[in-house]
Design a protein around this ligand. Structure first.
Ligand code: PHE
Length: 528
């Protein structure tokens, strides 16, 4: 059995009315019921062929607040005439005090034109003892009939803001082929019992309501950052990039700094810029990381692209970490691989300090040193979280996401990097790149990237890039003629542009409005 629906009363009233007469009209027979309820009830009955109905629309003329007052109390001119007549003679400047709820100017003008009053010096005197308030009578009639016979009159009244019009629907209903005095008991399910006892043959089933809206689902929502991340991942995957395993937020100074030829006195290694971990006090010496190794192998295999290793054997060959460690010490302290080095006493302790990684380039470094076992053209990318000990403000957080790309190949040139970046950023709607010389300890040359954002109509700083230094690549064991591009940008920046967010704290952290997360649209980077 079906639960009693809300419109049950209206459906029953309609069925009862149709028992009395062959046809009903919603405006005449159901004047108190809303159009919406009438339609819902008729639809319900029509879907069971119990009634048939037609819809007609017409225009209804309605009074405004001003004209309703005229209907209730009299027109402006009548009120002016009435005040003058009651007092016999009224000084013009006193008239406003005697007439309530009316436009005295309009009323006075009309009363003159109707020859109801006249001027006598500075006063007004009545001309007639009785008047016909035709304005009021006209509006009264409109209130009753909800219509105006002449189009010109209607237009005139509308212009004077005395009436408005609105569309109304009238439904005319008749008995349908399955008309009955009541909606029969309806089943929603065909049960085993009904099949067994044969009652299914006579039972009436509730028809499907294909117009019903589904129940709203309390579904999860992707964070805008994750949506934009998905877009970037596609751009990278479409160009043969393999994703790097970035699941490690804590790393050693070795992978985050030293292996990147960042000197131990570099300001970025200061407490002010980097979060150091106090427990455990130090990292192990660099060594095989089987979990990362496994993840990287899977990602390379999964990508099955142009740049995957030709020799699967080589991927699992253990590397000589002792040699790599010594190479790093040499290149910093004494100079090596054709470089004069920084020439300072290199500290092992400093190198083994644990940090919250300040950039995903720490992972790129690990992946590049892994590439040295099977040097070949390769493309890698990552999008993950990094940490900087910064003062939090509208555009800076202590943690954010970095998008990073790395391209290794023989014979790469700086012009090639610029060309690549142009095509990369064009895909997110940023064209006309400009490059500004910059400094990174691990790239030479280095370039800041500026771009013209078509949607914003202005130049924006979008990232940092460069060609990794030999001091970083040669200690890994990569061949001399293999060059490597690197570039990085934040994920927050393009996301803020895309979603029009001006304060980064509205996007990430405890102040984020969940309504914003749930309601924002899917992202199409190329369209804005
Ligand atoms: N690590 C750089 C940053 O933090 C980005 C970058 C990556 C620059 C690779 C050059 C090469 O901004």
């Amino acid at each position: 059995p079906v639960p009693i629906p809300v419109d049950r009363d209206v459906t029953q009233i309609i069925l009862d009315l149709l028992a009395e007469k062959p046809q009903i009209r919603s405006d005449a027979d159901l004047p108190q019921t809303s159009q919406q309820d009438v339609k819902a009830a008729l639809d319900r009955l029509a879907s069971r062929s119990m009634v048939t109905y037609q819809t007609a629309d017409s225009e209804q003329v309605l009074l405004t607040k001003e004209s309703q007052t005229i209907v209730d109390e009299g027109s402006h001119e009548w009120k002016v005439w009435d005040a003058v007549k009651r007092n016999g003679k009224v000084a013009i400047k006193e008239l406003p005090g005697l007439v309530l709820n009316a436009d005295v100017k309009v009323g006075q003008g009309n009363a003159f034109r109707n020859k109801w009053i006249k001027k006598d010096g500075d006063s007004l005197v009545p001309l007639v003892d009785e008047v016909q308030d035709t304005t009021r009578a006209q509006l009264q009639k409109i209130a009753e009939t909800k219509s105006v016979a002449e189009a010109k009159t209607l237009a005139d009244l509308k212009k004077r803001k005395l009436v408005t019009t609105s569309k109304v629907f009238t439904y005319t209903a008749e008995k349908g082929p399955k008309y009955a005095r009541e909606i029969p008991v309806e089943h929603t399910d065909l049960t085993a019992d009904m099949l067994a006892d044969g009652s299914w043959q006579t039972a009436s089933f509730k028809p499907y309501n294909f117009n019903a809206l589904g129940a709203s689902q309390n579904a999860g929502a992707l964070h805008p950052l994750m949506k934009v991340r998905a877009e970037f991942r596609n751009i990278f995957f479409n160009q043969g990039f393999v994703e790097m395993p970035t699941s490690r937020f804590v790393d050693s100074g070795f992978w985050n700094f030293d292996a990147l030829f960042v000197p131990q006195q570099h300001p970025a290694r200061d407490m002010q810029d980097t979060f150091f971990i106090s427990d455990p006090a130090a990292a192990d010496l660099p060594r095989e990381d089987t979990a990362a190794e496994k993840a990287m192998n899977e990602m390379e295999e999964g990508s099955r692209n142009l740049y995957a290793s030709s020799d699967p054997e080589k991927k699992i060959k253990p590397r000589d970490y002792e040699q790599y460690w010594k190479n790093i010490q040499d290149v910093h302290q004494d100079g090596a691989f054709g470089s004069i080095g920084y020439r300072y006493p290199w500290s092992k302790d400093e190198c083994l300090r644990l940090v919250l990684r300040t950039h995903t380039t720490a992972v790129s470094t690990w992946v590049l040193h892994r590439l040295a076992e099977d040097p070949r053209p390769a493309r890698y990318f990552s999008i993950d979280r990094v940490f900087r000990n910064e003062t939090v403000d509208a555009t800076h957080l202590a943690e954010f996401h970095q998008i990073e790309g790395v391209i290794a190949d023989f014979g790469l040139t700086l012009g090639g990097l610029q060309k690549f970046l142009e095509s990369f950023f064009a895909q997110i709607g940023i064209t006309n790149l400009r490059f500004k010389p910059a400094y990174n300890p691990y790239t030479e040359p280095s370039m800041e990237i500026f771009g013209y954002h078509v949607g914003l109509g202005k130049w924006v700083e979008i990232g940092n890039s460069g060609m990794f230094r030999p001091e970083m690549l040669l200690p890994m064991g990569l061949p001399e003629d293999l060059r490597v591009y690197g570039f990085g940008l934040s994920l927050e920046r393009p996301t803020m542009i895309k979603y029009g967010v001006s304060n980064i704290r509205d996007l990430l952290g405890h102040k984020v409005d969940l309504g914003f997360i749930e309601s924002n649209a899917a992202v199409r980077l190329d369209k804005n």
